[in-house]
Design a protein around this ligand. Sequence first.
Ligand code: NAP
Length: 245
Amino acid sequence: MSGWVLLLGASSSIARATANAFAARGYKLCLAGRDVDELERDATDLRIRFDIETCHREFDADRMETHQPFFSEVQLLPGGIEGVVLAVGYLGDSRSSRNNPHLQRVLLTNFVGPAAILALCADYLEARRGGFIVGISSVAGDRGRQSNYVYGAAKGGLSIYLQGLRNRLFPSDVAVLDVKPGFVDTAMTYGLPGLFLVASPAYVGERIVRAVLSRRDVIYTPWFWRYIMLIIRNVPEKVFKRLRL
Ligand SMILES: NC(=O)c1ccc[n+]([C@@H]2O[C@H](COP(=O)([O-])OP(=O)(O)OC[C@H]3O[C@@H](n4cnc5c(N)ncnc54)[C@H](OP(=O)(O)O)[C@@H]3O)[C@@H](O)[C@H]2O)c1
C-alpha cells in the first residue's frame, strides 16, 4: 500500500469500524466529515492504537461548491489517495421525506452529493491508474417499498452510479465496490421499530475491508441479505404492490 484511504462521512459507525479494520492492516487514513473535533479525536486515537499516519479534514457532502477545493487539497497528501470509502448517509423520517424539503435533503445527501464527490475521486484514480472506491449503499435500493422509497430511490441511484463507475474504471485498474448492508446497529437505526437480523458495525467494517482486498464488485452484508433481497426482488409486482412493506 502506498497511498491514503480517504473516508467520507468518517464519523459514521460503519466508517469508524471500517477505519479500524484498515488501520489494523497498516493503512494511512484521512478522516473527512462535518464534525472536525470528533474526527480529530478519532484520528489521534487511531494513530496511537495502530501506529499509523492519520489526518482529518472538514467535508460536507451537501455543500457541493466545497468539493473541488476539498479534494484538490487532500490529493496533495504525500503518496496521494489510494482508495475512497463513502459512508455518508441520511435516513430521515419515512413519512416526512415523501415531500419537500425533506425529500430534497434525502436525495441530496444519499445520492447527488455522493455522486458529485465520487466523480472527482474517479477522475483522480483513473489518472493514477489504480486504487479503489467503496460506496455504502443499502438493500433498500434493491426494490421500492412504501416505508422508505425516497431513501431507497437515492440508494438505488447510488448503486447504479457505482456500477457505471466500475464499468468505466475497469480498464484503469480501479476497483469499485458497492456495499449493501441490511440492518446495522448504528445511530441511523437507533430506536427504529421492526428491525431484525441486526449486524454490528465491527462485523460490517471487517467485511468491507476484506471485500476491498479481494477486489469484489458488490457485497451484501451480512451475506444472507443477498438471498433475502433475491426473493424480495422476484416477488411479482402484482403481488408486491399489495404488501405493506
Ligand atoms: N445502519 C444501517 O442499518 C444501514 C443500513 C444500510 C445502509 N446504511 C448506510 O451506511 C452508511 C453509514 O451509516 P451508519 O449506519 O454508520 O449511520 P451513522 O452513524 O448515522 O452515519 C451516517 C454518517 O453520515 C454523515 N453525514 C450525514 N450527512 C452528511 C453530509 N451532508 N456530509 C457529510 N457527512 C454526512 C453523518 O455525519 P454527521 O455526524 O456529521 O451527521 C454520519 O457520519 C450510510 O450511507 C447509510 O445510509 C446503514
